[in-house]
Design a protein around this ligand. Structure first.
Ligand code: NAD
Length: 509
């Protein structure tokens, strides 16, 4: 077993898959590759279609008992999972970094996000409240209550290999749902580790099948989950292309979806902005996590008065970005997830140049000592006209388009003129400009910030985006409602049977 997994001191793998270097029944072996070194971290035995059926049946059956456990007691189980995540934060963070290539500080942040959402869910377990309403009929009481929904499928992307699962899983668990997790095939070991941590706690509390894991192909695991009527909700995080398939297929059987899809996020910098603040936000938003966040800053709209100055400041800052081993102290930019992502980076830059964009810095795949995996690229700034077709696409790499605009009106138009609608930000010290950006005629995104960049959301707010980003909301605020079903109840405690809207229907007794 890889030392990073051994450090977690986990029990034997749960049925349906095997981890480490073990061979055995089930599906094909899947390699977990460290994108920084190119080395194989371990191998996972994938689930077959038959494994998928067994695991879904077991998880769906577990719902019958779990839905009847009082919500605060479900919260107590989630609290224990949170404590285990606290205890194992450091080795888990190292595994996240090794497998998906984000910086160690971000690996720690990712595990912290799991802990935070567990804490949030514990509090929530005593607040799954409905409304009490006034009935129009005498001696009647009307109220809404929320019941557990059933078994939830959680499909996750490689770039937040464990936090996105936790956003869904911790809420779904306190809401009384059971769940099946299909992680990205690019990050199977972190999924194995987290599932084992959760499974151990669940087993200790007598509910071993509340959370299940299925690592497998789209054909054997992904699509069967979409078509399975035992699964009332599919929560899927990933590209818009994936979301289009998931949305259509689940809708065909009248299932619900919660879609968290691609972003194409912009920062607007006006002439009256605090430029050093904007510089830091753009650098982190654009180059941080090697451009592999759904909230990465991909477009920057610079008002003419500050465009030249801020561009020069950005070029200087980009020269100081240390690219390399994400586990090493001082590194600011790690690798892309794989060589396919590197090819996408090169293709997007070449296409943009053909369309009329100008390369300002970066644009290179790095080679030589420390870069042997072939997954390291230079963070790239390109100047572009607002109409550049490439601006419409999310390229999951550190490429940022700098576009000059005349004023706030043009900046808002440009911000909204893409198919995606996840995150947006404005840098200005003018209260009227800031409020216009946040108004109904301003940014059309699910997230709109002032003097804060586009990436790095807190779990307390509802997270998600509009348009092709999918419309889902996860994490804080009232996002829990997606994991429950609403029931409106009216109780007649009188002796007559008045009908709503004054309708009369008298029958002889
Ligand atoms: P991806 O779409 O390639 O894969 C995401 C997941 O969907 C994987 O588990 C994959 O196996 C699964 N999948 C793909 N096709 C499927 C199908 N037909 N049926 C069932 N499952 C299917 O995405 P990725 O490359 O892993 O992640 C990057 C993308 O995710 C980016 O577009 C990024 O913006 C997005 N993302 C969005 C959010 C958000 O909250 N909005 C968060 C993280 C990542």
């Amino acid at each position: 077993m890889h030392p990073l997994l051994a450090a977690l001191d986990l029990p034997d793998p749960a049925p349906g898959f095997r981890c480490g270097d073990a061979a055995g029944g089930g599906g094909e072996l899947l390699d977990s590759i460290n994108p920084a070194s190119g080395a194989r971290l371990g191998r996972v035995r994938q689930a077959t279609r038959a494994d998928c059926e067994t695991v879904v049946a077991r998880t769906a059956a577990a719902f019958a008992a779990w839905r009847l456990v009082p919500a605060p007691q479900r919260g107590e189980v989630v609290r224990q999972i949170g404590l285990e995540l606290r205890r194992l934060k450091e080795p888990l963070a190292r595994l996240v970094t090794a497998e998906c290539g984000k910086l160690l500080t971000e690996g720690r942040g990712e595990v912290q996000e799991m802990i935070d959402i567990a804490d949030f869910a514990v509090g929530l377990s005593r607040q799954l409240h409905g409304l009490s309403l006034h009935s129009e009929r005498p001696n009647h009481r009307m109220y809404e209550q929320w019941h557990p929904l059933g078994t939830v499928a959680i499909i996750t992307a490689f770039n937040f290999p464990v936090a996105v699962w936790a956003w869904n899983a911790m809420l779904a668990a306190v809401c009384g749902d059971t769940m099946v997790w299909k992680p990205s095939p690019k990050t199977p070991l972190t999924a194995v580790a987290v599932q084992q941590i959760a499974s151990r706690v669940l087993a200790q509390h007598g509910h071993p099948d509340v959370m299940s894991l299925l690592i497998g192909t789209v054909a054997d695991v992904g699509e069967p989950l979409l078509d399975d009527r035992r699964i009332p909700l599919v929560s899927a995080t990933g590209s818009c292309a994936m979301g289009r398939v998931v949305g259509e297929r689940v809708a065909r059987r009248f299932g619900r979806t919660l879609l968290e899809l691609g972003g194409n996020n912009a920062i607007v910098v006006l002439d009256d902005a605090d430029l050093p603040l904007a510089l830091r936000a753009i650098a982190f938003g654009a180059a941080g996590t090697a451009g592999q966040r759904c909230t990465t800053t991909r477009r920057v709209y610079l008002q003419r008065g500050i465009a030249a100055k801020l561009t020069a400041m950005l070029l200087k800052a980009y020269r100081s970005l240390k690219i390399g081993d994400p586990l090493a102290e001082g590194t600011l930019v790690g690798p892309l997830i794989d060589r396919a992502a590197v090819a996408g980076y090169e293709a997007a830059i070449a296409q943009a140049q053909r369309e009329g964009a100008k390369l300002l810095c970066g644009g290179k795949v790095l080679s030589g000592a420390g870069f042997e995996s072939g997954c390291f690229v230079a963070p790239t700034l390109m100047s572009a006209p607002a109409t550049l077709p490439q601006l419409q696409h999310e390229v999951f790499a550190p490429i940022t388009w700098l576009v000059e605009v005349a004023d706030l009106d043009e900046a808002i138009r440009c911000n909204n003129d893409v198919p995606q609608g996840l995150s947006s930000a404005i840098f200005t010290l003018n209260l009227r400009h800031a409020e216009r950006f946040l108004s109904a005629a301003g940014s059309d995104c699910g997230i709109a910030n002032v003097n804060i960049g586009t990436s790095g959301a807190e779990i307390g707010g509802a997270f998600g985006g509009e348009k092709e980003t999918g419309g889902g909301r996860e994490a804080g605020s009232d996002a829990w409602k997606a994991y429950m079903r609403r029931q409106t109840c009216t109780i007649n405690w009188g002796t007559a049977l008045p009908l709503a809207q004054g309708v009369q229907f008298d029958v002889g007794e």
